[in-house]
Design a protein around this ligand. Structure first.
Ligand code: GLN
Length: 203
């Protein structure tokens, strides 16, 4: 069973731990550089990306996580976590950095003030069965994708229809929404399967 570390500096950590365990993984929290080295994969939760960025650097986690991403560690980023995995950021705060790793341009707070939060049923490639109830909270979207990025889901209704809200680049997975709050663990299960596959290929 792969060990997945949930970055635990800010955000909805407990929900991700629970969803990962229901999705077939072993979940631990990560707050220190040594803990980054000990896990097979990581989840970057939602929260406030500017705060998480500062805390990553304050806790000396920024470089260790970057190094592991560069070495191929699978990472799932949700909402603020998706912002952190983006190589390029639109509407970032002054001085805001990302970890990077994924060849995408992500726009922060993309859906605008009128629609701070909303929910929609989404069809997600690689997630079988019923559509996934997607909860968006001051969410970003993916505005541009590089060649190696596979689009997994787009908004299906309303003014933002067509916007990319889930994507994958090899073992990096991002969603603009929060699957950990709905009790549906299929997105986490997809990630745990990605981690398992990656471990098999490396052994
Ligand atoms: N708006 C937040 C940010 O820019 C992300 C919101 C979330 O993670 N739910 O970091």
């Amino acid at each position: 069973t792969p060990t997945v570390g949930v970055l635990a500096v800010q955000g909805d950590v407990r929900e991700h731990v629970a969803a990962l365990e229901r999705g077939g993984g072993r979940a631990v929290t990560v707050r220190r550089p040594a803990e980054v080295e000990a896990v097979d994969a990581m989840v970057l939760p939602g929260g406030e990306s500017t705060t998480i960025d500062k805390l990553l650097r304050a806790f000396d986690l920024h470089q260790p996580i970057r190094d592991r991403i560069a070495a191929g560690m699978p990472v799932y980023g949700s909402c603020a976590g998706m912002i952190l995995l983006a190589d390029r950021l639109a509407d970032g705060a002054a001085g805001q950095q990302t970890l990077g790793g994924m060849d995408v341009l992500v726009r922060r707070n993309a859906f605008g003030r009128q629609v701070d939060s909303f929910e929609e049923d989404l069809h997600i490639r690689e997630v079988g069965g019923e559509p996934v109830r997607a909860v968006f909270i001051r969410a970003p979207w993916v505005e541009e994708v590089g060649e190696s990025v596979e689009v997994l889901a787009r908004v299906e209704h309303g003014p933002a229809a067509g916007r990319i809200v889930a994507a994958r680049q090899r073992d990096l997975l991002v969603t603009a929404f929060h699957p950990e709050v709905t009790g549906d663990h299929r997105v986490h299960q997809l990630f745990v399967d990605i981690v398992r596959q990656s471990l098999r290929e490396r052994s």
